[in-house]
Ligand binder design. Structure first.
Ligand SMILES: [Fe+2]
Ligand SMILES: [Fe+2]
Length: 474
């Protein structure tokens, strides 16, 4: 399972033994690099960045840290080790050997799952491409670039599966992954949240907290797949994903820490006074949470979905932590409650669980998300600030599923269109909020220095000091 860095494409899948596949991927590689130059992080080509690169797929010591010129990063194909004994552990085929090749009858669904996941990876790089110009510190700029190169690698992971297991249509899908672009009018990315802008660093931290966490839950469900190569690929992607969510959670924590410090020192509370002190008011942070949370929970799809049932029963996509659950792993007579609107009220109704598996995964995501918001509130509490952040109601600002288009307040009250219009500026970031946050963004490049609106991190990367040269600007 050791990683071969001598090949043009680093890999641990013995790529050199399959010349046709190797040639096909080497043909895709320059197109990827061209995409990276055109759509990847702006003006980053000359920087040397203190990046981690995978050197093994073992949980311990898998990463090597060192300064790398961004375009020289070694994107490659790394799968978690194969467990030759693995059996199908959910769905209609429980107990049979897992698939090592794409099963003919599920080929189209499997390809669709891989393409949808693959599409999100370059999308987030595109969404974040301007942020380097306004990084609040070298430390943060390094973290942005680390996330970016790893999302690029996640694209490689999905492209490998398409090329290796799906023949000609797989290669066409791999090309198309470089042709769609985030926010593009003619050929946008597949999922809504990945066509939104990430215009400032507060949005970046929210994105990595909420939307990369959607990634964690999708990848976890795919890491249970009975198509073994998909399970092994996503398993290793999850190792990288943890850092992305750390960037988000710690980023928002540091913004809160700085705002709370300034509020306490000056004895101020009103949002305009807080803004005048050059830090981000808590109300604006709450509106960013409302936006990113609601857009992200839409990514789990419709609350009732026959596709979700098919993906599960056919063994393509499991539940989060499928192996740890103690039910029959087929779910044929189980029910699950989802929210609907009946007679102008939000009501829970029971539906067959198989059809509600998107909702099951969304609820797992929500539990995980709420825990982190609790940790943010402790930052406020420690600083003696009474304000508390919260995630909005599940039905707030939804565009997908039963709740799409229903007007609901963050507290879960159904509203008329007029009531919604009258209050939405209190609940979602306004153009003015975004302009204010944007006005704080300015590039800080001195090692150990941080923009005024954010506190320094508690510790550096890979035990380096906080004033380490994370970026060598050339
Ligand atoms: Fe990713
Ligand atoms: Fe990620």
């Amino acid at each position: 399972m050791s990683i071969n860095y001598l090949d043009r494409i680093p890999n641990n899948v013995n790529l050199s033994e399959d010349r046709t596949l190797q040639r096909a991927l080497e043909h895709w590689q320059p197109n990827y690099l061209k995409w990276w130059q055109e759509m990847g992080p702006e003006s980053s080509q000359a920087h040397e960045v203190y990046l981690r690169t995978a050197v093994s797929v073992q949980p311990d010591g898998w990463a090597h840290f060192g300064h790398v010129r961004m375009p020289d990063y070694r994107w490659g194909i790394f799968l978690a080790p194969q467990d030759g004994q693995r059996k199908m552990h959910f769905g209609d085929h429980i107990g049979k050997d897992v698939w090592q090749e794409a099963p003919g009858e599920h080929r189209a669904n499997l390809r669709r799952i891989i393409v949808t996941q693959g599409d999100t990876e370059p999308a987030s790089v595109e969404q974040q491409r301007h942020l380097g110009h306004t990084a609040p510190s070298q430390y943060d700029l390094r973290n942005l670039f680390q996330v970016n190169v790893e999302e690029g690698r996640h694209l490689w992971a999905m492209v490998y599966l398409l090329h290796r297991y799906f023949g000609r249509d797989g290669r066409e899908e791999a090309d198309a992954l470089l042709e769609r672009n985030s926010g593009d009018e003619d050929s946008p990315r597949i999922l809504g949240a990945f066509n939104e802008k990430t215009p400032d660093w507060l949005a970046f931290y929210m994105f990595t907290y909420f939307t990369d966490r959607d990634g964690k839950f999708q990848l976890s469900a795919l890491s249970e797949s009975c198509f073994d190569p998909l399970a092994r690929t996503t398993k290793f992607m999850l190792t990288e994903e943890a850092h992305h969510m750390f960037v988000g959670e710690s980023g928002v924590s540091r913004v809160l820490q700085r705002t709370a410090e300034v509020m306490r020192q000056r004895g101020i509370e009103a949002p305009d006074q807080v803004r005048a002190a050059g830090v981000i008011d808590l109300q604006t942070i709450q509106r960013y949470i409302n936006f990113h949370y609601s857009v992200t929970i839409d990514l789990f799809g419709a609350d009732q979905s026959s596709n979700a049932a098919t993906f599960y029963s056919s063994g393509l996509k499991g539940r989060y932590e499928e192996s740890k659950r103690t039910d029959d792993h087929q779910l044929k007579d189980r029910a699950y409650s989802i929210l609907t609107v009946t007679n102008g009220e939000l009501k829970e109704v029971e539906v067959p669980m198989l059809n509600a598996l998107n909702e099951v995964l969304r609820d797992d995501f929500i539990r995980d998300t709420v825990a982190g918001v609790g940790r943010w509130n402790r930052v406020l509490e420690k600083n003696g600030i009474d304000f508390r952040l919260q995630v909005p109601h599940k039905a707030f600002n939804r565009q997908i599923g039963t709740l799409a288009g229903v007007r609901v307040s963050p507290e879960g009250i159904i509203l008329s269109e007029e009531q919604w219009q009258a209050h939405q500026d209190e609940w979602l970031p306004t153009a003015e909020d975004r302009a204010f946050v944007g006005s704080l963004m300015g590039r800080v490049t001195e090692p150990g220095q941080f923009a005024n609106w954010i506190a320094p991190p508690v510790i550096g990367i890979n035990r380096q000091p906080i004033n380490f040269d994370y970026i060598r600007f050339n």
